[in-house]
Design a protein around this ligand. Structure first.
Ligand SMILES: NC(=O)c1ccc[n+]([C@@H]2O[C@H](COP(=O)([O-])OP(=O)(O)OC[C@H]3O[C@@H](n4cnc5c(N)ncnc54)[C@H](OP(=O)(O)O)[C@@H]3O)[C@@H](O)[C@H]2O)c1
Length: 347
């Protein structure tokens, strides 16, 4: 059954936002411990994502994970404009956006950030991420076997040129924090060595079947907060982004058993586990009922230590978002993007 936002609002006016946990970043800033993802992919229109943002803000979400490449910042900006005129002060909301792969050139970083700010109708971002560590662009919706003829491997000098411009954005007050996404331990080692302004967060795939314990601990020890994307295992991703080896945390009998006991959807258990472990999950949903249950999950009764131990054992090291389209050679294994043996993959 489909619930409209109105009928849900009759059930619950809003969530007491002071109950939503927040994590403290290395800068001292506080980031709400759950955010709403905004990648509608092929199946959710820009307007439907903007409606989801509006509904989420109305019930108490105070963190939104945006990106220029999602194509919907303009529609989301119309919602933010209304919210900040009528309901909330800008500083009550955490807004992230990301620099897309075709804008790594030094001359493009400012313009790209300013475009996101203009589209989102805000005058600063709380967090700006370099979306991928490769400048390898591909058209939205292209086949996983498509390769950009200009694609290149990771080149640290070039990444640092982009990073210097990200640092300038902080200096100029356009963004409060900067961070990374889809990078690896050896790449982070170099960035932490060379950065003038350190990343406060790294956005990465994290869910019960892909817990990345080594990287997670590495980041926590260095004050770079992990933000977990696809926290439910991205069940809505299109067929081209699936491989036969993929597994689904929401279909895991261990998760289902906990969910039955708590009388929630397995997705909610994934979110609760993420928040209690310490990463910041950013689940996407366009369904008001699910948007609400995910938020209620993080303020309700916590998982027991026993549940946490159970979920820890469910890890399968199963990466779902493999990034094949960012590879730089034909017939190259996707693992090359992820430096699996701890060394940056060379050309
Ligand atoms: N930095 C990066 O490179 C990167 C990569 C991927 C994603 N992300 C970010 O992370 C966000 C989340 O990742 P994702 O969209 O891939 O996957 P996800 O959040 O793991 O899964 C989203 C799917 O789960 C369903 N869902 C959500 N809550 C549910 C609930 N309570 N019960 C049942 N189903 C539920 C949604 O369906 P309904 O709409 O029907 O609820 C939607 O299809 C993205 O939107 C984006 O902001 C970033």
């Amino acid at each position: 059954m489909h619930h409209s936002p109105v009928s849900i609002r009759q059930l619950i006016k809003n969530v007491d936002t002071s109950l939503v946990p927040r994590v403290t970043l290395s800068s001292g800033a506080k980031m709400p411990a759950i955010g709403l993802g905004t990648f509608g992919s092929d199946h959710v229109s820009h307007c439907a994502v903007a409606e989801a943002v509006e509904y989420a803000a109305s019930i108490g979400y105070r963190h939104f994970d945006c990106a220029s490449v999602y194509g919907n910042e303009f529609e989301i900006g119309k919602v933010f404009e209304g919210i900040f005129q009528r309901n909330l002060r800008r500083e009550e909301v955490w807004i992230t956006s990301k620099l897309w792969n075709d804008k790594h050139d030094e001359d493009d970083v400012f313009a790209s950030c300013e475009k996101s700010l203009a589209d989102l109708q805000i005058d600063y971002l709380d967090l700006y991420l370099i979306h991928w560590p490769f400048p390898n662009h591909h058209p939205p919706g292209c086949d996983v076997n498509a390769r950009n003829p200009h694609a290149v491997p990771y080149i640290h000098e070039n990444y640092m040129r982009t990073w210097r411009k990200m640092e300038d954005l902080v200096d100029r007050g356009l963004v409060r924090h900067i961070g990374t996404s889809n990078i690896t331990i050896p790449k982070m080692d170099l960035l932490l060595r060379d950065a003038r302004i350190k990343p406060v967060a790294n956005e990465m795939e994290l869910h019960p079947h892909f817990q990345q314990p080594e990287f997670f601990n590495y980041l926590m020890e260095r004050g770079v907060h992990p933000i977990g994307f696809s926290p439910i295992g991205s069940p809505g991703r299109p067929p081209r982004d699936r491989t036969p080896e993929d597994t689904s945390p929401v279909e895991d009998s261990g998760i289902i058993e906990i969910a039955r006991r708590l009388n929630v959807h397995p997705a909610v258990v994934c979110i609760q586990w993420a928040v209690q472990r310490g990463q910041v999950p950013i689940p996407f949903s366009a369904d008001p009922r699910n948007i609400l249950s995910n938020l209620l999950g993080v303020i309700g009764e916590p998982l027991t230590q026993n549940d946490m131990d159970t979920v820890k054992k469910l890890d399968r090291n199963c990466r779902l978002i493999k990034g094949q389209v960012f590879l730089w050679k034909d017939n190259q294994p996707w693992e090359d993007l992820w430096d699996a043996n701890g060394v940056i993959t060379t050309p």
